[in-house]
Design a protein around this ligand. Structure first.
Ligand code: G4P
Length: 550
């Protein structure tokens, strides 16, 4: 076995006293869970790969059952389409399935870049990610940004280089590009033999065998055992030229990488790489098998007060996503709650820290592929759907009485800012309610400008403004239009000197305001303005995320 395993893969029963028995149960539940997300640039193959995973897990029976939740470009003005897509993306938001005794929670992320903020938040709820890179297009913009978020949290990453059946970039160049662009060290565990029409399969650098490429495999067949790379079996199957090329490639790769140190992967420093073709179900099973062996089990987490050990028996967790109007006939919202420790139980009272009140849930949902079912309990790593009548916002924490918040669930600065103009003064109250609820869901961020008291909505993409306008009208009866504003970033402000901060906010009224929770923000018109203000105000700190206030 070449992979070196960290200590937590070895179960130690020697310390199991009777008192620890309850925790032991949690320990076992935790050990069998893997909670992760697949991330990619749209069209790289995330949906296809997800579907293959679900097929292996037996959660779906036929290909084509999972619909891509990407909102295609032409849909930007087609609201029915947006609604339909939203419905689909809820249904496929969390997919739980078992594979070889391991319970896998796969959290879906929206493909469309305008919903990137939603993806960032989902990444706070997972323990690892699989990054899909298109072998033809390489690293694309959105991949870069998603990986930045992973790096902020040291999230372990496995890379799947997809579409090897197409003529892609040179594999060495591609690896170099990914390493450079995403600032992560790569460690190939399989190596491709050609690509495109000449794609012959992959050499498994770890198991030292060859898998010949055939379209739409079930995952197991066509593995060729070889004694070593000099085995003539290789020449028989690949032809002399390709066998020689493979030997050369492998010598190079082995020379650079050696064996994979799993602790480095778990620390988010090294990403194992697999090559394959999701549509052909090629290379997928190998990755899944390795994934369940090395991917992290639910981890301990930092809170505002202390580090929370994942094996603690008291339940705790946080809301990372809120979805409204699953069923258009009802106004319910569904809050996605990630359990971080202990056991979540149906009908048990838990402490809602922000509201300082006890709440219980009679119909908590779990997600099994596209079906939802009521659950009795859930453990660390699980995601539970909670019906919400307006009690939750992103980041809310439930505990068994202790007061703390989970850290690392920031809001990022929006990139497009628009003033909200109320077209129907009779509906002011409805508008305010709608804005508050939609921003609680994390659809957008709301700021109030100090000079002029303007309500400003900040989003990552244009499409979100259309969604907000549509939802305000259809769900709250409020009619609005948006006026574009020339801001490029919102920075949250802190200072040890209250007076200096107060003065700054007063002098810069047109460019300052507060977020929904009353925290001061500076709305920068350009990078130049921002840098100038930073230089002129050394006592004030400018932050690109709201994390500082958690
Ligand atoms: P996404 O969720 O990341 O946006 O990507 P998705 O899986 O929807 O895949 C995007 C396109 O790439 C799809 O084609 C899909 O069939 C194709 N694809 C996925 N994996 C592979 C692969 O290994 N090789 C090749 N050649 N193509 C692959 P489409 O034409 O956009 O959609 P569809 O009509 O096939 O559904």
């Amino acid at each position: 076995m070449l992979l070196s395993y960290p200590a937590h893969f070895v179960k130690d029963f020697s310390t199991c006293t009777f008192a620890a028995f309850k925790n032991m149960k949690y320990h076992d539940e935790i050990q069998r869970r893997r909670t992760f997300a697949i991330i990619s640039h749209p069209d790289a193959g995330k949906t296809t790969l997800t579907e293959k995973f679900l097929l292996f897990g037996g959660a779906i029976q036929v290909a084509g059952a999972v619909k891509s939740n990407k909102i295609k470009k032409h849909a930007t003005s087609d609201f029915m389409e947006i609604e339909r897509q939203r419905g689909i993306s809820v249904a496929t938001s969390v997919m739980s399935f078992e594979y070889n005794g391991i319970l896998i929670n796969l959290l879906d992320t929206p493909g469309h870049k305008d919903f990137a903020e939603d993806t960032y938040r989902t990444l706070t709820a997972v323990d690892s990610v699989i990054l899909v890179v298109d072998s033809v297009n390489g690293v694309e913009d959105q991949t870069r940004r998603l990986m930045e978020v992973c790096r902020m949290r040291d999230t372990p990453v496995i890379v799947f280089i997809n579409k090897m059946d197409r003529d892609g970039k040179n594999r060495f160049d591609l690896l170099e590009e990914i390493e450079k662009e995403l600032s992560i060290s790569l460690h190939p565990l399989t190596w491709p033999i050609n690509s495109g029409k000449d794609f012959k399969g992959v050499y498994n650098l770890h198991d030292k065998n060859i898998r010949l490429f055939t379209a739409n495999t079930k995952g197991d067949e066509d593995t060729i055992a070889i004694k070593d790379l000099n085995d003539s079996v290789l020449d028989n199957h690949l032809g002399e030229r390709d066998a020689a090329q493979l030997r050369e490639d492998v010598e190079l790769v082995d020379g650079v990488h050696g064996e994979l140190d799993v602790t480095e992967y778990l620390a988010g420093k090294v990403a194992p790489v697999f090559f394959g073709s999701a549509i052909n179900n090629f290379g997928v099973k190998e990755m899944l098998d390795t994934f369940i062996r090395i991917a992290p089990t639910p981890r301990s987490r930092q809170t505002s007060e202390r580090e929370l050990n994942v094996e603690e028996d008291k339940m705790s967790g946080f809301v990372f996503k809120i979805h409204a109007n699953l069923d258009p006939k009802h106004r319910d919202r569904i809050a996605f709650f990630r359990v971080c420790s202990g056991k979540f139980e149906r009908n048990k009272y838990f402490h809602h820290v922000r509201l300082d009140k006890d709440v219980r849930f009679s119909n908590p949902y779990s997600f099994m592929a596209r079906d939802k079912s009521i659950i009795e309990d859930a453990y660390a790593g699980d995601v539970v759907g909670l019906f919400d009548t307006g009690n939750f916002k992103i980041g809310d924490t439930l505990t068994e009485g202790e007061n703390f918040f989970f850290t690392g669930i920031p809001s990022f600065s929006p990139e497009i800012f628009k003033e909200v103009v109320n077209k129907d003064p009779m509906k002011t109250k409805q508008l305010e309610k709608g804005l508050l609820q939609l921003t609680d869901e994390g659809v957008a961020q709301l700021f109030t400008q100090f000079g002029g008291n303007k309500k400003i909505i900040g989003c990552v993409g244009e499409l979100q403004f259309e969604v907000i306008q549509y939802r305000l009208l259809h769900e709250y009866g409020a009619s609005v239009v948006f006026n574009s504003l020339p801001f490029y970033k919102a920075c949250w402000l802190t200072s040890k000197d209250d007076k200096k901060l107060e003065d700054f906010l007063r002098f810069k009224q047109a460019n300052s305001g507060e977020d929904k929770d009353g925290h001061p923000v500076y709305l920068a018109q350009s990078e130049w303005f921002l840098n100038t203000e930073k230089t002129n105000n050394p006592d004030i700190e400018f932050h690109f995320t709201s994390e500082i206030h958690k």
